[in-house]
Design a protein around this ligand. Structure first.
Ligand code: FAD
Length: 349
């Protein structure tokens, strides 16, 4: 009796009255800013395609924004079968209320059994708001996904100060929800020949009813975007101090890339924590990753091992980083890196 009262209070249907069998398929909420989709959305569609095929269920994408029809077409090219498109001026900038209203409407109408979003600032905010309203469970910050024979989502994430990997299941509610770190999965190659269905979704919204207003978008001058970088030049304790990163910056600039760091360097205060790559930092997947003066501890490697090419520069020939590097240079970084920079400058100009 007490349990029934509790369920009523938090807006849950009485147990036994819910028919979850109507919930089918996987839905990826595509994140975009200023008309450009975040790569994590395509990475998620890639992994969700595998899971949807395993479940023999459709793969859906939800695209929200203002003038974002082109992103719906992109979602099909990246693996979606059906795209729900909500295109409205009220959705120009991300705001929790209007975005969660559209999301809730689409989920309640089309009933996906699994909903996935990027574990970005926006994804974390939106997923939490939706899970609370539905209500259902949410596994935040997942790094591995799978489904079992009972169609349960197995969402794994680091737990207990990142010392173990916990697999979390949501057995009693639908949809099962997870946010997933950027850079963990790989997007499928974009296929212009794929076909899919775009279904427009409208939600009755009036700007005057939305209490949050975006007055201005100010780009943070120090904003670090490691997740989307194609070339990363990362430095570790071996760079010796904040000035050591200047040598790396020159190489990064030459290659149109960005600098990054190991936790040793960020903990020492040589560079901001936003630049940290690894288990407790950002997971990256660039085309080219330089690990300079970085030993190759497992907690660093898990965050960059999926880079297309890894170049390591280290004065210790036995440094573990050489075991995963495609190219290894044994030497003092203060001699090697300027030589690399000059060689690239000569070839690129
Ligand atoms: P070191 O291990 O000290 O290596 C420095 C390297 O520089 C050495 O190999 C040395 O030979 C080389 N070197 C020195 N001078 C030169 C020179 N002049 N030229 C060339 N090479 C030189 N670490 C992360 O990076 N990211 C994480 O997210 C992260 N999360 C963690 C989470 C937990 C729970 C724990 C316990 C640890 C975590 N760590 C993380 C820390 C990790 O275990 C290592 O301590 C850290 O990665 C080491 O950083 P490093 O390679 O820069 O330093």
């Amino acid at each position: 009796m007490a349990e029934e009262r509790r369920r009523k209070m938090i807006g849950l249907q009485p147990e036994g009255e819910i028919d979850w069998s109507e919930y089918r398929g996987i839905m990826v909420v595509v994140e975009q800013r200023a008309g450009h989709a975040k790569p994590v959305s395509w990475q998620l569609l890639g992994e969700a395609r595998r899971l949807a095929d395993k479940l023999e269920a459709p793969l859906m994408a939800l695209v929200m924004g203002d003038n974002v029809g082109h992103i719906a077409d992109e979602a099909i090219g990246y693996g979606a079968d059906i795209v729900y498109l909500s295109d409205a001026p009220e959705l120009k900038d991300y705001r929790t209320r209007p975005y969660s209203r559209v999301c809730l409407k689409v989920i309640r109408t089309y009933k996906p059994e699994i909903v996935l979003m990027g574990a970005t600032y926006t994804g974390r905010d939106l997923a939490g708001a939706i899970a609370t309203h539905l209500p259902t469970g949410l596994t935040a910050d997942s790094t591995q996904l799978d489904v079992d024979d009972e169609r349960l989502l197995l969402a794994s994430r680091p737990a207990f100060s990142e010392k173990m990997l916990a697999t979390i299941l949501c057995k009693q509610f639908k949809p099962q929800m997870a946010t997933v770190r950027a850079g963990v999965f790989q997007a499928l190659p974009f296929d212009t020949g794929r076909s899919g269905e775009v279904i427009e979704v409208s939600e009755d919204m009036r700007e005057e009813d939305i209490v949050t207003k975006v007055l201005e978008f100010i780009q943070d001058a120090k904003q670090v975007n490691l997740e989307d970088a194609q070339v990363i030049v990362a430095g570790g304790r071996g760079v010796g101090g904040p000035d050591g990163f200047k040598v790396l910056e020159e190489l990064a600039r030459t290659l149109g890339g960005t600098i990054a760091a190991s936790r040793a360097a960020t903990d020492l205060g040589w560079i901001d924590h936003a630049y940290q790559v690894g288990q407790t930092g950002t997971t990256v997947r660039p085309k080219l990753y330089f690990a300079i003066g970085i030993s190759g501890a497992v907690q660093h490697v898990v965050g960059m091992q999926n880079s297309d090419y890894i170049v390591a520069v280290n004065k210790d020939p036995n440094a573990p980083i050489f075991q995963i590097a495609n190219y290894g240079i044994v030497g003092d970084l203060f001699e090697v890196v300027p030589l690399l920079t000059r060689a690239f400058q000569e070839r690129l100009t």
